[in-house]
Design a protein around this ligand. Structure first.
Ligand code: GRF
Length: 190
């Protein structure tokens, strides 16, 4: 099974996935890391372990559909079976989602369906919830709304700041995302 990881930023989830592939917890090969941001640290993490890394800039395409078609083409060329979003901050077009229907996974830093969108950690923190967490789900056309594969809760204590909460949520993501990917490849795709 070949996976591609799409990331726009730091790539700490990418790193957790790289580690899980290395230790064979995830039985798959990462054949491509793709980023829409030239300076994404995720690209450096890929290069460090010699995983092919590709960047395309949305600015070089006329619209989202064209950009996503180019990304899908690169993925197909690399023989990608499953697409793993790890902090990929672009909405995917319907064409891309259909090209990998049921085979695109995402991690969201809140307990969906609560606090959808780009600021899940901050929105939950500012709302004042006492429990939040992380969710792994299958990506469908509706943002942050696909079938849930895994969730883990994180308590918000009176001492927590946004930063300390973010740290706890990321730590949980790094556990549940690789585990959910492994499970997905083992059970759902077979
Ligand atoms: C994670 O919190 C993830 O839930 C969200 O974006 C963040 C990416 O972090 N979608 P990283 O780039 O994996 O460090």
């Amino acid at each position: 099974m070949n996976i591609a990881v799409l990331a726009s930023g730091n790539g700490s989830n990418l790193q957790a996935i790289i580690n899980a592939v290395k230790s064979k917890k995830i039985k798959a090969k990462i054949v491509l890391v793709f980023s829409d941001k030239a300076d994404a640290f995720a690209l450096k993490r890929a290069a460090k372990v010699k995983i092919p890394a590709l960047h395309l800039s949305p600015k070089d395409f006329t619209d989202r559909a064209q950009f996503d078609a180019a990304v899908a083409k690169a993925l197909k060329t690399a023989g990608v079976d499953v697409v793993v979003l790890a902090g990929y901050m672009r909405l995917l077009s319907p064409g891309f989602i259909h090209a990998y229907e049921g085979r695109i996974l995402n991690v969201h830093p809140a307990l969906l369906p609560a606090f959808k969108g780009a600021h899940g950690i901050r929105d939950a923190f500012e709302y004042g919830v006492k429990v939040t967490g992380a969710t792994v789900h299958i990506v469908t056309e509706e943002m942050d709304a696909g079938p849930i594969l895994a969730q883990a809760a994180v308590a918000v204590t009176p001492k927590d700041t946004f930063e300390s909460l973010a740290k706890k949520i990321h730590a949980v993501e790094h556990k549940i995302y690789p585990a959910a990917i492994a499970q997905f490849l083992k059970t759902i795709l077979r």
